[in-house]
Every structure is written in C-alpha cells, then in structure tokens.
Design a protein around this ligand. Sequence first.
Ligand SMILES: *Cc1c(COP(=O)(O)O)cnc(C)c1O
Length: 426
Amino acid sequence: MKELKDLTVETLCVQGGYQPKNGEPRILPIFQSTTYKYDDADEVAALFDLEKDGHMYSRISNPTVNAFEEKIAQMEGGVGALATSSGQAATLLAILTICSAGEHIVAMNNLYGGTYTLIGSTLEKFGIKTTFVHLNNVEELENAIQDNTKLIFSETIGNPGVDVLDIELVANVAHKNNIPLIVDNTFATPYLCRAFDFGADIITHSTTKFLDGHATSVGGIIVDSGKFNWNNGKFSCLTDKDPNYHGLSYTETFKEQAYITKARVVFMRDLGTTMSPFNAFLTNLGVETLALRMDKHSTNALKVAKYLEKQEKVDWVNYPLLEENKNYELSKKYLSKGASGIISFGVKGGTEETKKWINNLKLTTLVVHVGDIRTHALHPASMTHRQLSEEAQIEAGILPNMVRLSVGIENVDEIIEDLDQAFKKI
Ligand SMILES: *Cc1c(COP(=O)(O)O)cnc(C)c1O
C-alpha cells in the first residue's frame, strides 16, 4: 500500500486527514471544546514556549480543525495548513506572515473584489503597498518588483473573469527575485489543479466555495509547500530570533514548516480569525465528495458554455476550456481534469438587459456566492465588484454586461432550459 501522501487527491478527499485508532469513531468527531486538560504545569509552560506539540486553546488549534487542515495539506501536497474563519482571513494572514508596514506586494489585477480592496485599500492603510499588474505579463511583473517586495499574489482562476494564471511563468519570476508566489486556488481546488506542482509556494482558499460545496460554512485555509528557501536574506521575519518566543528562529526551529507555524503562533494567536470546529466538520464533510462534484461542475459548465456561445442574445463567453478561448492552452496544461464550474459571459445590451435576464431566472438563483452544488448567477459590476471604481472595474475586466454564472450539479439540460427561458424574456 502507498503512503498517504502518495495517494491521489480523489482518495485523499475521502481518506485523508482524520485517522481513527482502534475503537475510535470512524467519522471525524466535533471537538467542541475551547480548552484542554493537563496534569503538569511544566507541560503547559512547554506548550506556550512551542517546545512541545499539543493543543492548549482553540483559538490556536483544535483537533477537529487540525484534521481538516491535515486533509487539505495532503491534497495540495504541502507540509502544513492553517484553517481560518474566512477566505479573507486566509489572504490576510498569508500576507502578514511575511510582509509588514513599509513593504510591498505585487498582485495580478484580476482578483476577487474582496481581495482587491483588502490588498489595495485596507493593507495600504496598514502601510503595505501594492502594485497591480496585468495577468501573466512578465515585463510588467518584473518592472513592478522592488527591493522591498515580499511576494507575488494571484488567483489560479480569476474571480469572476475566469482567466487562468500561468503558474510556472509567474513562479519563475518570483523565484528569480527570491520571493514566493502565493496562489488563491479557490476556483480550481486541489482536485483540478495542484499549484505546488507548478512552482507556487503558498496556497490560500476560500473554503466557503467548492471545498464546502453546500454553502453552509464561511471559511478559509492557508497551505505551505515547505519548499521556499526563506534563508535568502529577504525574510528576517522568519529567520531572525523572535523575542516573543524567547528568541527562537522559525526557520531554525520549524525548518520547512517555518512559514505556516509563524502564521499560527503569531498571527492566528493575535488576530484570532479561527475556524470553528463545527465549520471544520461541515467543510470536511463537503470535501469528502469534492472529486465527484468538481467533475460534474466542470462537465456541466463546459456544456453550458457551449450553449451560451450559440445563444444569439449573448455578447461574449469566457470559459477556460472552450477551444476558441484565450485561456485554452493554459487550461490544457493547468486544468487538464476540468475548468471548474464558473463561467463569465456578457448579455447583449448593457446593465439593464443583464439585470432583467437575471431577474427572469427560475431554477438558477441570484445569490452572492459561487462554488455551490446549486446553479447561481450574479452581476459583478453592481454586486461583488461594486466598491471598485468604474475605471478599476474595466481594468480588472468587469464589464457592465458581465454575468458570473456558477454552474451547479443539477441535470445540465434543465439548467440550460432555465437560462434559455430567461433569454426569451429579454
Ligand atoms: C470568496 C472568495 C474569497 C473570499 O473568501 P470568503 O470566504 O468569502 O472570505 C477569496 N478569494 C476568492 C477567489 C473567492 O472566490
């Protein structure tokens, strides 16, 4: 039998993470406890000093949450993971772990609206500056990197434009400059794309989307590949002695887990953006069927995209695995199993026709969500990307007639029937 880490993602969805011992519950238990009992005061002191592994308080770690973290780390092929209260918290902690006031980030400009405002506006107020560049544009990327740049941030598949990151290309630029590539892998999930295999160093997810899959729990996770060399003179935050922990150096003490350990014992400790055990339980349950769902989401979405291409009231369609699509070659390389469930397309006309089409949908519902088993539609320009200026929207590819369609796992003919009857009404 292969070792756990050598199993396919398909098997790890089901069998990864929690490993019951003899006589223990077969299903991951919910340890709904804030705290843990010890017999010896010195043992608790050792936990505080990070000299010993163990749980002491559920803001920092919890057995149910840990089992979920382990499963996702195994699926992504990383050395450790940290679950968070939301995808936003995952992005925030992933950045703060290696970037502080006076330092700089380079990010692609086609990011999820919430990430765009977090990086471009809120972190700016914390003294972290960001330069946004066009996706996969090496020249812009190289020009944007400064001496104080600490990381490059991108999404594997952009939300909502669904353009595909050339992971290898961008990782090479990052590594030439001794900085890591952080990839938000929310839309692809580890089932469709293992970004570490192509050179990404850190992965984040909004687990709220496909990983949960049933729209029950807001959550996020950060996964560490363990492969980035922090000892290159640029990351004193991980190599130097931390007076908060009696002068330990994260790279010396935790080796390849330096980054993910610091994220937990400093930023999770201080900011408290913890995933609850119940949400970890529900999300873990969702992940058990991830492979099945992603196959169905992807085949349904490809059929819907082909229908939209032929629908006369549709202006344009973007789905990475359409043969005519600008992302097709990259998708063949990075998304060979499928391109996930999200399609972006334009309704002929403008904002009014687009909203009218959405208002006429029946089976498909208008919700602010993606990656659910149910089919959903949303108008990014007036909803998720509303906070961006019109200029920034156009720059990020958010056109006024854009629809973000999250194709569910229902019968695909019935999904198409619904879209079609709504087109007949505009
Ligand atoms: C939803 C989303 C986020 C934010 O996640 P929350 O769980 O809503 O905080 C980040 N990145 C992407 C790509 C998303 O789709």
